[in-house]
Design a protein around this ligand. Structure first.
Ligand code: FAD
Length: 97
């Protein structure tokens, strides 16, 4: 097996759960492969478009728990902190409510 074929972790499915897991694994230095059965990543977070006129949410239409200290910003901040460890970063933008 060559280096390019070696993965520390393989995530099956590229919905928000799979992409979150893959982001954490990658942020912790693991070479991670995400496998998706469909042609586009995203699972239920997709938007379907037809003839450039019609849009329909497959699933998600709102994201909850986004207030300061909520689960969503806490998870995103943890991933961002791990990805930018040791590097100077711009201050985080304010959270819109
Ligand atoms: C109608 C509806 C409305 C919703 N509205 C909201 C909302 O407004 N707000 C909210 O927060 N949540 C909402 N949810 C819930 C939210 O969509 C889901 O909880 C979340 O998107 C699930 O993410 P997931 O990664 O677990 O699964 P999924 O998004 O289902 O992703 C799974 C992925 O794995 C792939 N996969 C499966 N099996 C394999 C395989 N063997 N090999 C390769 N790939 C595979 C699939 O193709 C898919 O891309 C809604 C759900 C539905 C159904």
């Amino acid at each position: 097996m060559t280096d390019s074929q070696h993965w520390d972790a393989i995530v099956v499915g590229s919905g928000l759960a799979g992409l979150t897991a893959a982001a954490y694994l990658t942020a912790n230095g693991m070479r991670t492969l995400v496998l998706e059965q469909w042609e586009v990543a995203g699972g239920y977070s997709h938007v379907l478009r037809r003839r450039g006129q019609y849009e329909s949410d497959v699933g998600i239409h709102y994201i909850g728990d986004c207030e300061p200290g909520g689960t969503t910003p806490a998870a995103l901040m943890r991933i961002a902190a791990q990805l930018t460890r040791g590097r100077k970063t711009a201050p985080a933008p304010p959270i819109m409510r």
